[in-house]
Design a protein around this ligand. Structure first.
Ligand code: GLN
Length: 573
């Protein structure tokens, strides 16, 4: 048995198939250099899409060198959105890009953190699995990282596995991960692995020049640890001329056709098309000695064309407490864009700080909206501002979509202002509220640990016929992804139902409210789950589509009312 799979085959917990049944995947290892935030995750996702367009099966994995076991306990200020996989893992937001671009569900195997790796190794050490050995970063930590990379290849049955390492070359905490890549690369044949390094070319305004020196330095950094990139993707905000490409090829010892300049695109969904044009897919296939079909990017081209052609302006507000950091609402923002593409709308997202609404500010911003989204969140800060937004939407017939906390807020607002239950709240914010409309789920009551203990991942939901939700989905049963501890308190179900709220989505045992909607309103709907994790640019989520459709109808009705008033005034003159 060859050494690459030897370790996996010994590990009987994995149930890996043996012998000739095994597919031997190719690996693309993707590192970053110079600066962070140049869109490495997006670039990786886009490479995944262009390889899939050639008929290959692609798996993606993100290695995050931080010591948290997962980002679930991290502040959105630190980390942006927490993306939830179908199997209930709380993961890096890049996994959202992977799913949206490659249009395949990833699993918990697709996000590996240093925290997970150390936890596994230390737990094994405590059990005595290492038989008296001294546990070290090399080989124990690096072996565990390699095991995770091989496992995603095996479990997914992919032809190509793309592994992205978080952070940039030179980060201390990234070293064991880079060492693991280096080791895995030496276990593979030359035609089975490829290093892609994503860098950035700074622009000097005074001389109007792009500089390659930081790229050269970061490649030197990688070489110091034994990694020679095969491909360099040079991100830039300016056009790159041939001299620059030549220079990078020469100084970094990379084939000229493997230096890929990647200018910032007008929209993220154009990135796969830009990369396809550079010939990178051909280069990769050639290096891997894979004969694949010619690219089928027709559907993708169509959606980018549609995105660019949309002219009807639509203003959708996102009300949250992290709005200064758009990454905190990445999937929500993208889901709105997907629905706008489907409905041919040119959407503008209006970011509204719930804390400001709470202080009585920014109310005029609400007045200009065609639709309001209140996304998920935790803790009391900003809640009263979100309640202001829900009240405004309800009273003014503005389409409203509440996501998880957004549904809870919608119910609290209804309890306070329609049912007259003055101090109604969630026991998350006020343990002694006389009306805990939203309360801790039964199975959450004995839980004390914060990490990975919420109701997480995919659960079934049964829709009530003829409801807004059922009409939007067009089916009876759906599966949706969750991340919450609190739920609608069933003590109040009858009272709400008698006063105009339909609980249009329920868990199959009828115990948990999954969707609430207002009867006497064009579109006021909240979900206990997160539909934003399922939306794809080519397949907008039905609830987002219905919401954007309702928002466009609301805008058009406002406009025709305004023009009727205008012509009424003119004829009176
Ligand atoms: N904080 C709420 C809960 O735990 C809502 C969670 C969310 O919006 N994801 O139930």
């Amino acid at each position: 048995m060859n050494s690459f799979f030897g370790e996996l085959m010994r590990d009987n917990r994995m149930g890996v198939k043996g012998g000739s049944e095994m597919i031997r995947p190719k690996y693309i290892f993707c590192t970053g250099g110079v600066v962070s935030s140049v869109g490495k995750g997006l670039t990786v996702a886009a490479i995944g899409r262009i390889l899939k367009a050639r008929g290959l099966r692609v798996a993606l994995q993100k290695l995050d060198p931080y010591l948290n076991v997962d980002p679930g306990t991290m502040s959105p200020y630190q980390h942006g959105e927490v993306f939830v996989t179908a199997d209930g893992a709380e993961t890096d937001l890049d996994l959202g890009h992977y799913e949206r671009f490659v249009d395949e569900n990833v699993s918990r195997l697709s996000n590996v953190t240093a925290g997970q790796v150390y936890l596994t190794v230390i737990e094994k050490e405590r059990k005595g699995d290492y038989l008296g050995g001294t546990i070290q970063v090399v080989p124990h930590i690096t072996n565990e990282i390699k095991r995770c990379m091989k496992l995603v290849g095996q479990r997914s049955g992919a032809d190509v596995v793309i592994v992205e390492v978080g952070g940039t070359a030179g980060d201390i905490e990234g070293l064991p991960f880079l060492e693991a890549l280096r080791q895995l690369r030496t276990e593979l044949k030359r035609s089975e692995a490829l290093y892609v390094h994503v860098t950035f070319l700074p622009h000097i305004g005074a001389t109007d020049e792009l500089k390659t020196k930081p790229t050269q330095h970061s490649v030197r950094e990688l070489r110091g640890i034994g990694i020679q990139p095969d491909v360099i993707i040079a991100r830039t905000d300016h056009p790159v001329n041939h001299d620059i490409v030549n220079k990078i090829a020469l100084f970094c010892d990379v084939d000229e056709d493997a230096v890929i300049p990647l200018e910032t695109a007008d929209n993220i969904y154009a990135v796969p098309l830009l990369i396809e044009e550079t010939g990178l897919a051909d280069y990769i296939l050639d290096r891997f000695k894979i004969e694949a079909s010619s690219p089928d990017l027709g559907e993708w081209r169509q959606l980018v064309t549609r995105f660019r052609a949309a002219k009807d302006k639509l203003r959708i507000g996102i009300v949250g407490k992290y709005v200064e950091l758009h990454d905190a609402y990445m999937s929500v923002k993208e889901s709105i864009v997907h629905a706008a593409i489907q409905k041919d709308q040119d959407v503008e997202i209006v970011w509204i700080h719930s804390g400001e609404l709470e202080k009585g500010k920014d109310r005029d911003k609400l007045r200009d909206l065609d639709g309001v989204v209140v996304p998920g969140g935790f803790g009391y800060r900003g809640i009263e501002g979100k309640i202001v937004a829900a009240k405004f939407a309800r009273e003014n017939n503005v389409p409203y979509l509440g996501l998880c906390l957004g549904m809870q807020v919608m119910c609290i607002e209804f309890a306070r202002n329609v049912l007259g239950l003055e101090d109604a709240s969630s026991s998350e914010f006020d343990v002694s509220t006389p009306h805990p409309i939203i309360d801790l789920m039964l199975e959450q009551r004995a839980i004390t640990d914060l990490g990975g203990t919420m109701r997480l991942g995919e659960y079934p939901c049964v829709l009530v016929p003829n409801s807004l939700a059922a009409q939007a989905y067009g089916v009876k049963d759906v599966m949706e992804r969750h991340r919450h501890r609190f739920e609608f308190n069933n003590v109040y179900r009858d009272l709400f139902a008698k006063n105009g709220v339909s609980f249009s989505g329920l868990s199959p045992d009828n115990v948990l409210v999954e969707i609430s909607e207002l009867q006497d309103h064009p579109f006021m709907l909240g979900t206990q789950f997160h539909p934003e994790f399922l939306s794809r640019p080519n397949r907008s989520h039905p609830l987002f589509s219905a919401f954007v459709g309702a928002s466009a109808a609301f805008r058009d009705a406002k406009a025709s009312m305004a023009s009727a008033m205008h012509s009424g005034m003119e004829s009176a003159e």
